[in-house]
Design a protein around this ligand. Structure first.
Ligand SMILES: *[C@@H]1O[C@H](CO)[C@@H](O)[C@H](O)[C@H]1NC(C)=O
Ligand SMILES: *[C@@H]1O[C@H](CO)[C@@H](O)[C@H](O)[C@H]1NC(C)=O
Ligand SMILES: *[C@@H]1O[C@H](CO)[C@@H](O)[C@H](O)[C@H]1NC(C)=O
Length: 982
């Protein structure tokens, strides 16, 4: 021990040494701090205050946001400021951070050049400057970054050639290189002497690169992802290179100028070269000049999931061996020169979701085996020479969303079984030789969201009334057929319709004014028919109508150039001899004739009206949509209240006596609920239709409330949506007022959230998210698409009913407000829409009411969004908002917010536990946890205090729809994975 004695001097020098070392470290981190501050001074905008913590000298550099230091806090080793909306220039001083290993400035708005000083960062492993506004050349100094593993300069405005040094001098450990989506030109400068042997990802898409794919790329045999799409590359397909890529997963060569071997006649070498790539999942060669036949060895690439060969010059037949690719989900061979028939073997690909064969020269019949493809969502066989009939077996395709068979030589009739494709959104059978009538089952496809095109066929007969069920369809084209009879006024129920073409048929009779009332109608063509009478005022008053063609009919009367007609010329009205008026180029009216017409009109109307009342009314009624659901129940036809009759013309009449019978005399045993305004009874009509009858309490206010209800019913009658309850009918006598609704066998969401002992199980997360998605869809419709905007005002679990397949329907519009779309461009014309039904009534229920309602704010869509947010939080936490309010003394929002984000775990865990799938179904806990977390976030965003910052119901519906889809997909694949691994 004795010899371990320090002299005073030793001690002192040690202290000095220590001090010096320490101050040197300090100096280094201080230098780094200076570099960061000069970088900061180049930033002109920081809208999210991402760099707020970079202000004070009190905060240590290593704690600045985005900054990471080494263990001793001596040096900055990482700077990550991705997606912070920063603007400005990248200061060269940044590159004095000589120990930096990771630099990520992606997803900002940095401008200007990439400073050449970047070459100083010789310890850099990961560099991302992607998705900025950087311009100029890529500095060749990047080649000094010898440690680089990840380099991403994609999605900027970089130009010039790719410096050779990037491939040559730079790190041979480079695994990821992304220069895509810039304006880079010249060849890909990869030379044989500089092998990038570790490269796994090479992404150069969307540039202006020319020349051939360099042979030296063969050295990168670990390549998994090669994307050269959308350049100007030439030469034969790079088969020689690809044959050395056993790990290749994704190959994208589309939109270049590649050709196939042997002077663009032989595709076999290309597909043969890929046989070693046993993981290859996607091939995309679209939009090249590739010729040759599809070789049968394509079937050997058995791991493929997507093949995209469209828009080339591939000829010959489709090899049936393609069907060996059992996991294929997408096959696109459209816009080639394929001929022969469609091999029925294709239909063995049980996972195929999208099949495009359009724009070829395929002939023969459509194989009926298509009915065996359970996942088929899109089938496009348009623009071929297919003949024969449309197979009946399409009825099995329950997933089918788009069916495009136009421009073929198909004959026969439209199979009514197509009506079973309940998810169909687009149906286009135009330009064929299809005959017969339009089957009512097909016309009743209310799933059609986009368009129905049956034009240019040989169809005859009347338009089926069921067509009015297409309340989401945007366009209907029935032109150039032999359709006849009158135009049903019920077409006015296709309320989303923007484009309607009925031209070149044999329609006669009057043009129904309801069509002019369609709130979004933009284009209407009824030319070349035999329509008579006046052109309805409603068309002229439409605020959306842009194009109208009434030519070559027998319209009569006097029209003005006002309203939507002000931009039209006589070209819209040619060939109607009895039409006159002030439209540009049109014959002026002669006064006398008009008077005569006017008198005639009065006479006629006197004659017609009584006939219509006696004959027309039952006719209209018999044709109504409820016909099949309910028998005619008005044995006692006391039409004393003429006004009521007119108003309820579309409803079947049900007398109080019938309701009394149906509900066992409104017995307590049949009482299923009570609300603010009355009791709800269940019952069964004589034809066994189960119903719910809502009987209003009698009070002095009843009349007033009833008035509102009735007007609402009228509007709701038109607002049809699968997630909104439909009113069967109403029953009104001075002393008795009731609404009749379909009975929902599964009760309300409330019953399921808080099950009583006799009910077995609560709902699982998949069901709940699906219900939320339904509700959001219904609400989005009310707010955004309904002919009159409706604010529900009282969204809560007891107002969400579940039908037999657990589809959710929003109900109880008892205190809904109808708001005229004043701020929308599509004015709704009808003044009756602007009334307010809830004067003097409190909007909403405790716990669900938006805070602003307490402050004299009017009912608003944002208030409904708030209630929806509470609903989400309630579903996840399993707590009633009223319980939270009374036990915790805070709103649902505050209560959850106080735990967000770090203390949410117990809530998430509990929700996973409680909402796990029923039975022994396996599920992915992590995904469920993530979704639950995101649902909570969405709930919090919807319940923000400030109504203007809440999302719209449309956004919410979209978001929840994504969750639903994600959850469904993940649970099905998870189950498959589980069963395979077990
Ligand atoms: C500096 O940062 C602190 C902590 O982030 C912040 O509270 C303060 O407002 C900032 N000061 C300025 C002048 O930006
Ligand atoms: C098809 O996909 C499944 C998983 O989805 C996979 O296990 C199987 O190996 C794939 N088949 C082929 C031939 O790649
Ligand atoms: C056209 O009809 C309007 C009323 O609809 C009438 O006021 C006008 O005088 C008529 N014009 C002519 C030229 O008859």
């Amino acid at each position: 021990m004795g010899h371990c004695k320090f002299s005073k001097f030793d001690m002192l020098s040690l202290i000095i040494l220590f001090y010096m070392a320490h101050s040197e470290n300090d100096a280094q981190i201080l230098n780094d701090r200076v570099s960061l501050l000069s970088f900061l001074s180049g930033i002109t905008h920081d809208p999210e205050n991402a760099l707020e913590s970079w202000n004070s000298s009190i905060i240590h550099v290593c704690k600045w946001s985005g900054v990471e230091c080494d263990m001793n806090k001596n040096r900055v080793i990482e700077l990550n400021l991705s997606h912070k909306s920063l603007r400005g220039k990248i200061s060269p001083a940044l590159f004095n951070l000589s120990h930096l290993a990771i630099l990520d400035l992606s997803g900002n708005f940095f401008q200007g050049l990439i400073p050449s000083e970047i070459g100083y960062l010789n310890r850099l492993k990961e560099l991302s400057l992607s998705s900025n506004l950087l311009e100029g050349n890529i500095p060749s100094e990047i080649a000094s970054l010898q440690q680089l593993v990840y380099l991403n300069l994609g999605s900027n405005k970089l130009a010039g050639e790719i410096p050779i040094s990037i491939f040559c001098n730079a790190s041979s450990s480079l695994q990821y290189l992304d220069l895509s989506n810039n304006s880079l030109s010249g060849e890909i400068p990869l030379q044989n002497r500089c092998a990038l042997t570790e490269l796994k990802y090479l992404l150069l898409w969307s540039n202006r690169l020319v020349g051939k794919v360099p042979l030296a790329l063969s050295n990168s045999s670990k390549l998994e992802w090669l994307d050269l799409e959308t350049n100007l590359l030439t030469g034969d397909l790079p088969s020689e290179i690809l044959s050395n890529m056993p790990h290749l997963k994704f190959l994208y060569l589309s939109y270049n100028h590649f050709s196939s071997h042997n002077d663009n006649t032989n595709l076999e070498p290309f597909f043969a070269s890929l046989r070693n790539s046993s993981n290859l999942q996607e091939i995309d060669l679209a939009g090249n000049y590739i010729g040759g036949e599809l070789p049968s060895i394509i079937g050997d690439l058995s791991a493929l999931v997507q093949i995209n060969l469209d828009t080339n010059f591939i000829y010959g037949p489709i090899p049936p061996q393609i069907s060996n690719i059992v996991n294929l989900t997408l096959l696109n061979l459209s816009s080639n020169l394929l001929n022969g028939s469609i091999p029925s073997e294709l239909c063995q690909m049980g996972r195929l979701e999208r099949l495009y064969l359009s724009n070829n020269s395929l002939s023969g019949h459509i194989p009926p085996e298509f009915g065996n493809m359970p996942h088929l969502g899109l089938l496009d066989l348009s623009k071929n020479k297919l003949s024969g009939t449309i197979p009946d077996s399409f009825a099995n395709l329950v997933q089918l969303r788009r069916l495009l068979l136009y421009e073929n030589e198909l004959s026969g009739t439209i199979p009514p079984s197509l009506g079973k494709c309940v998810n169909l959104e687009i149906l286009d059978l135009s330009h064929n030789r299809i005959s017969g009538t339009i089957p009512s089952d097909v016309a009743g496809l209310n799933s059609l969201k986009l368009y129905l095109n049956l034009s240019s066929n040989l169809l005859h007969g009347a338009i089926p009334l069921e067509l009015s069920k297409m309340d989401m369809v945007l366009a209907i084209d029935l032109s150039s057929n032999n359709l006849s009879s009158f135009l049903p006024s019920q077409l006015g129920s296709c309320i989303a319709l923007e484009y309607l073409n009925l031209s070149r048929n044999g329609f006669d009779g009057q043009f129904p004014s309801s069509i002019g009332n369609l709130p979004y109608l933009k284009e209407l063509d009824v030319s070349f028919n035999e329509l008579t009478g006046k052109i309805p005022q409603s068309l002229q008053q439409s605020s959306t109508l842009k194009l109208l063609n009434c030519s070559y009919n027998n319209f009569s009367g006097n029209i003005t150039n006002k309203g939507s007609f002000s931009s039209l010329t006589v070209n819209s009205f040619l060939g109607n001899d009895k039409l006159c008026g002030s439209v540009k180029g049109m014959r002026k009216c002669h006064r006398k004739r008009i008077t005569r017409h006017f008198l005639m009109a009065i006479l006629l109307s006197l004659l017609i009206t009584p006939i219509f009342c006696l004959v027309g009314y039952p006719l209209v009624w018999r044709r109504s949509n409820f016909r099949r659901k309910l028998p005619v129940l008005n044995g006692n036809k006391d039409i004393k209240d003429v006004e009521d009759t007119k108003e309820e013309i579309k409803y079947p009449r049900i007398s109080r006596r019938h309701l009394f019978e149906a509900t066992g005399g409104f017995s307590d045993a049949n009482l299923i609920g009570s609300g603010r305004f009355g009791h709800v009874y269940k019952g069964v009509l004589r034809d066994n239709t189960p119903i719910a009858v809502k009987v209003l309490h009698y009070s002095q206010k009843t009349d007033e409330i009833w008035g509102s209800f009735k007007r609402e019913c009228q509007v709701l009658k038109r607002t049809r949506h699968r997630n909104l309850i439909r009113i069967i009918t109403t029953c009104s006598r001075p002393d008795f007022k009731a609404l009749v609704l379909p009975l929902m066998p599964n009760g309300s969401l409330e019953d399921h959230l808080y099950p009583t002992r006799e009910m077995k199980n609560g709902l699982d997360l998949v069901q709940l998210v699906s219900i939320c998605s339904d509700v959001a869809e219904g609400m989005a419709y009310l707010h955004h698409y309904a002919p009159v905007k409706v604010v529900h005002c009282d969204l809560k679990p007891s107002n969400i009913l579940l039908d037999d397949d657990m589809t959710a329907l929003v109900t109880d519009f008892g205190i809904a407000r109808l708001v005229k779309g004043a701020d929308e461009s599509a004015g709704f014309g009808d003044d009756s829409a602007s009334y307010d039904s809830t004067d003097g009534l409190l909007c909403g229920s405790v716990g669900y009411i938006a805070p602003e309602y307490g402050m004299g704010k009017n009912a608003s869509p944002q208030g409904d969004v708030y209630s929806f947010g509470v609903l989400l939080l309630e579903i996840i936490t399993g707590k009633r908002p009223t319980d939270v309010l009374f036990q915790e003394g805070s709103s649902m929002h505050e209560w959850v917010k106080s735990r967000y984000p770090n203390k949410l775990n117990p809530i998430v865990e509990e929700a996973i536990e409680k909402r796990a799938p029923r039975g022994q179904m396996p599920f992915d806990k992590k995904i469920w946890g993530d979704i639950i977390f995101e649902l909570i976030e969405l709930g919090l965003i919807c319940t923000q205090y400030n109504p203007t910052t809440r999302p719209t119901m449309l956004d919410v519906a979209h978001e929840v729809g994504l969750f639903k889809q994600y959850l469904c997909n993940s649970s099905s694949t998870f189950v498959i994975e589980q069963t395979l691994t077990n």
